[in-house]
Design a protein around this ligand. Structure first.
Ligand SMILES: *Cc1c(COP(=O)(O)O)cnc(C)c1O
Length: 394
C-alpha cells in the first residue's frame, strides 16, 4: 500500500513537471531543417581525391541538452563550429567518432555498408563517456538526407566512395569534470578514392610491446578520440625504423591485438594435416569491434570449406607467429578496416629480425586477402546482394 502511494505521488510529480517543462525530445529525422549552400562546389576528378582532405558542401548538426533532449537536426553549408573554449570536449576528451562509407552502385543508387553496426557502436562509445545515445535509424535517415544534398559529389567507380564521419562531442561550457549536460552530434562527408590506387601495397609492421594501445578494463574497444592521439608517437617511431605501422602486442604473453587502427588477421597452415586457420583476436574488451572484421568472419565462415579451414577468434602471440613462420606454417596476414577494407602485411619487425610473411608470387598480397577484398567490394558496389548489409540511403 505504502509503496503504491509513493509511486503514485512520484508519477504525478513527473506528470506535472512534464506538463510545465518541455517534453524530452527524441532524435527525429523528419524535423530536419535544410539550409542549402549558395555556392555549390565542382566535383573533383577521381584522381584528385585524397582521403579525408576535402569535404562535401553540407554538414549535419544536432544539439542535445539533458533538459530538452535532441534539438532540430540541421543540414547546412559546411563550415566552422563556434564553441565556448570551456567546453568539456576541449579539456577532458568527451569525443567519439564513427567511420563508414556510402557507395554509388551501377544503377546510380547510393548505399551504405552495414550502417546499423556503426550506430550500435556509436551508442556503446557514447554510453562509455556519458554522452547521449541516439536512435541509430534516425541518424541513418539523416545521413541519407545529407548525402541527398551532395549526391553529385559521391564519386563513381570501384574503390571510390563517400566517407562519412559521424562525431559526437560534449559541449557543456564548464571546467568541472562531470557528465556533459550538453552535446553536439555532427556528420561531415569526404569523397574518397581507393586506398590502393595501383593494386595492393603490402606493409611492414613493427611489433610494439613498449607501448600499449588498449588494456582490460580500459576503453580501447570504443571509438573514442582519446584512444588515437597517444598512438601517433609509437607510429612515428616505428616509421623512423622503416615500418609503416605498429602491430600492437599486449601483456607478458605478447598477444597480437590490432595493427595501427585496424583489426588484424593471420592465416596459418598445419604442415601435417594441411588444414588452414584464419585467426583474429577475440573481442575481450581490448579490441575495437570492427564492422570489417565482423563481415570478414561471417563471409569466411560461409564461403570457406570447413574441411579445409578453421575460423578462429582466439588469443595468439607474436611468439606463435614467429614459430609458425620458422616452420613454414605462416601463410598470409592482413589488416582489416573501413578505409582500406584489407591491407596486406609482408614483414613484421620483432626483436632482432624480421618475420617474413609470404605473398603470392609477383603480387602484393596473399590469396585469401585478395578473395576477401573481392567478396566485400561485390557487396559494397551492389554486384552481390546480401541481406541488409547494403542499405539504399539516397
Ligand atoms: C575503426 C577501427 C577499426 C576498424 O573498424 P571498421 O568498423 O572495420 O572500420 C579497427 N581498429 C581500430 C582501433 C579502429 O579505430
Amino acid at each position: 500500500m505504502l509503496r503504491g502511494t509513493s509511486q503514485l505521488r512520484l508519477s504525478s510529480r513527473l506528470f506535472s513537471s512534464c506538463a510545465v517543462r518541455k517534453m524530452i525530445a527524441p532524435l527525429d529525422a523528419s524535423k530536419v531543417q535544410i539550409n542549402k549552400t549558395k555556392s555549390p562546389s565542382k566535383p573533383k576528378s577521381n584522381n584528385e581525391l585524397e582521403f579525408g582532405k576535402t569535404f562535401t558542401d553540407h554538414m549535419l548538426t544536432v544539439e542535445w541538452t539533458e533538459k530538452n533532449g535532441w534539438g532540430t537536426p540541421e543540414i547546412k553549408p559546411y563550415g566552422n563550429l563556434s564553441l565556448d573554449p570551456s567546453c568539456s570536449v576541449f579539456h577532458y576528451g568527451f569525443e567519439l567518432f564513427e567511420g563508414l562509407k556510402a557507395y554509388r552502385t551501377p544503377d546510380n543508387q547510393i548505399t551504405m555498408f552495414r550502417p546499423d553496426k556503426n550506430m550500435e557502436r556509436l551508442n556503446k562509445s557514447a554510453a562509455r563517456i556519458c554522452l547521449p545515445t541516439v536512435n541509430g535509424e534516425e541518424v541513418i535517415k539523416l545521413m541519407g538526407k545529407l548525402i541527398e544534398q551532395d549526391k553529385y559529389l559521391v564519386p563513381e567507380g570501384q574503390g571510390y566512395a563517400l566517407y562519412l564521419r559521424p562525431t559526437m562531442i560534449g559541449t557543456t561550457p564548464a571546467l568541472g569534470v562531470s557528465a556533459p549536460d550538453r552535446a553536439l552530434l555532427f556528420v561531415i562527408a569526404s569523397p574518397v578514392g581507393p586506398y590502393y590506387k595501383t593494386g595492393f601495397k603490402a606493409v611492414r609492421l613493427e611489433a610494439t610491446d613498449y607501448a600499449t594501445r588498449a588494456w582490460p578494463g580500459g576503453c580501447g574497444d570504443k571509438k573514442l578520440g582519446a584512444n588515437y592521439a597517444p598512438c601517433v608517437l609509437p607510429q612515428k617511431q616505428a616509421a623512423e625504423r622503416g615500418y609503416q605501422q605498429n602491430l600492437w602486442l599486449f601483456g607478458p604473453e605478447k598477444y597480437i591485438t590490432e595493427v595501427g587502427t585496424m583489426n588484424v588477421f593471420f592465416v596459418f597452415k598445419d604442415s601435417k594435416t594441411g588444414k588452414k586457420e584464419l585467426v583474429t583476436a577475440p573481442l575481450d574488451g581490448t579490441i575495437l569491434e570492427g564492422v570489417t572484421r565482423d563481415s570478414i568472419l561471417s563471409l569466411a565462415r560461409e564461403k570457406l570449406s570447413s574441411d579445409e579451414w578453421t575460423i578462429s577468434e582466439r588469443y595468439f602471440s607474436i611468439t606463435e607467429v614467429a614459430e609458425k613462420a620458422a616452420k613454414g606454417e605462416l601463410v598470409e596476414a592482413f589488416g582489416a578496416g573501413t578505409a582500406a577494407v584489407v591491407s596486406p602485411i609482408k614483414e613484421i619487425g620483432w626483436g632482432e629480425k624480421d618475420i617474413h610473411v609470404p605473398l603470392q608470387p609477383g603480387k602484393q598480397s596473399g590469396a585469401l586477402t585478395e578473395d576477401i577484398a573481392k567478396w566485400i567490394a561485390d557487396i559494397q558496389y551492389g554486384k552481390e546482394k546480401r541481406g541488409n548489409w547494403s542499405r539504399v540511403v539516397a
